[in-house]
Design a protein around this ligand. Structure first.
Ligand code: FAD
Length: 481
């Protein structure tokens, strides 16, 4: 197990994998989709940040819901623990085994089942890669209501299971609104068909919501239906500099008011994040002339009328410039320039990954207090760490990253529990969008009350009585036995 995993003991009630198990899986999936190859397993055992590593000896690649059901039914009867894995881009150690859990990846289940051009409703299998869905929808004249930097690898099943937020949430809202239906397989192999394609359906408890954001702890998501908005013809992107955090905040309030329905993204990064991007991302440059800017903001508008949208945005920017909220700015002139602006923001996780060890915190904090935490953390830590801040300012979501030469218990002790206590005191969330995974399973009480966590535990027990689904994650370890 990884360093983080040593805090939790392997649950002795789980069986150890034997050759009969392997043969059984081969009988269902065929030899090819029962992976024991050490190199393939090393990749699946290791998380995106290279921070968590499990020791699984088996990766299963089912091709259908029926196969997922048969595998889970067997694992449940044998008490074999499993970890559902998608694109393995998760950032809280949730997608890799802690010990020897069997890895189940639905990546081969990657078909689009249907698309309705009238309603914009897409039904697909859970293993579809987000970027492929984005590309498909583009050919149909629609867009995905979800976009994020990991789109080239993450799967829609993983997105749903983490309730991923991303770059367009400010406009289209969360997956709790956009996912209309789910098919999921429970630990005992039962298939739950909740694959509705209706916007309105008040027939009792809406159980699909339990699976959105449950991080593989309640079932394996096998199919989803998603409401997608039409693609609008006019997209504008501005890359702006602000002298201080207060100006960024003011700019957000003004943008919401003045740009209204065309505002589709409002992202920010500080100058430490900018330096990091420039140092570690190939071909990335600052769109603005070199100057000592402290903050940068990306504002995107999406609308249906080229000239009026542009006019609206330009008027807004001019006014913001006049009152000093913006100190400099550039408007993208074409699609290439727009993607280079986005690359800067979307490449930040990668830049951090390249620069050494990174402690990642993904917090919801009232916007006006958000940057106080960054400054306090800087004062607390000092060299050789770098405190890097960026995030979805439009949603009150800060990505606070502490970059260090290597993982070091002393640094960690300076950060935690301080960061959680700070956030909890302001009634923020210790996980705005990445989930709890292994990293924050025991920290849940900073954001959820005792009774709420207890009920979560009861639901888990009901759906997965043997606790085989993604053990040691999400729920506090005291509750998960
Ligand atoms: P994985 O990482 O494989 O799994 C994540 C969790 O979901 C695990 O607990 C796993 O067990 C579970 N899971 C996966 N598939 C299934 C399934 N079919 N059924 C049940 N459980 C399943 N997140 C955001 O919210 N917003 C962002 O803007 C954002 N940007 C990112 C940028 C980068 C560069 C990276 C590396 C990550 C980013 N993330 C972001 C993290 C985000 O959680 C993941 O990118 C994504 O949603 C996870 O999808 P995945 O397929 O990689 O799932």
């Amino acid at each position: 197990g990884s360093a983080a995993a040593t805090k939790v003991q392997r649950n002795p009630s789980f069986s150890m994998l034997n050759s009969d198990d392997i043969n059984y899986f081969k009988g269902i999936l065929g030899d090819k989709n029962v992976i024991q190859d050490e190199d393939r397993l090393l990749t699946s055992n290791t998380d995106w940040m290279n921070k968590y590593r499990g020791s699984s000896k088996l990766l299963l690649l089912p091709r259908s819901t029926e196969e997922v059901s048969q595998i889970l039914n067997y694992c449940n009867s044998r008490s074999l623990a499993v970890v559902p894995q998608g694109g393995n881009t998760g950032l809280v150690g949730g997608s890799v085994p802690v010990y020897d859990e069997v890895i189940i990846n639905v990546g081969l289940m990657n078909s689009i089942i249907s698309f309705d051009k009238v309603s914009g409703i897409l039904v697909c299998e859970a293993g579809c890669i987000l970027e492929n869905l984005i590309t498909f929808l583009d050919t149909q004249g629609f867009v995905m209501p979800l976009d994020l930097g990991a789109k080239g690898s993450c799967q829609i099943g993983g997105n749903v299971s983490t309730n991923a937020g991303g770059l367009r949430l400010v406009r289209y809202g969360s997956l709790h609104g956009n996912i209309l239906g789910i098919e999921a397989v429970l630990a005992n192999g039962d298939v739950l068909d909740m694959l509705g394609t209706l916007r309105k359906d008040n027939t009792g408890y809406d159980l699909k919501h339990l699976f959105i954001g449950s991080e593989g702890s309640l079932g394996i998501v096998t199919k989803v239906s998603i409401l997608t908005p039409p693609k609008l013809s006019s997209v504008n992107l501005a890359f702006l500099a602000c002298k201080d955090y207060f100006s960024c905040q003011k700019l957000l309030v003004e943008a919401k008011r003045k740009l209204g329905e065309i505002l589709s993204a409002f992202e920010f990064l500080d100058n430490v994040a900018m330096d990091l991007a420039l140092n570690h991302l190939e071909g990335v440059r600052n769109p603005l002339p070199p100057s000592l800017h402290n903050f940068y903001v990306l504002i995107e508008t999406t609308g249906s009328n080229e000239s009026s949208d542009k006019e609206k945005l330009e008027a807004f920017l001019l006014q913001a410039m006049e009152v000093g909220l913006i100190s400099d700015g550039a408007l993208s002139q074409d699609i290439n320039q727009a993607s280079s602006f986005w690359r800067l923001r979307e490449g930040l996780p990668e830049a951090l990954q390249k620069s050494g060890a990174v402690y990642k915190y993904d917090l919801s904090i009232p916007v006006e207090k958000m940057y106080d935490l960054v400054e306090e953390m800087r004062a607390r830590l000092g060299a050789p760490t770098k405190v890097v801040a960026y995030g979805h300012l439009g949603d009150g979501n800060l990505h606070l990253n502490i970059s260090a030469p290597q993982y070091d218990e002393k640094i960690l002790a300076q950060i935690e529990p301080f960061v959680y206590e700070w956030t909890s005191k302001r009634r923020g969330s210790i996980s705005a969008e990445h989930g709890l995974g292994l990293m924050k399973a025991n920290e849940i009480f900073y954001s959820k009350s005792k009774n709420t966590v207890q009920l979560m535990g009861s639901i888990k027990k009901l759906l997965d009585p043997n606790g085989i689904l993604n053990p040691y994650k999400v729920l506090p370890h005291s509750l998960s036995r």
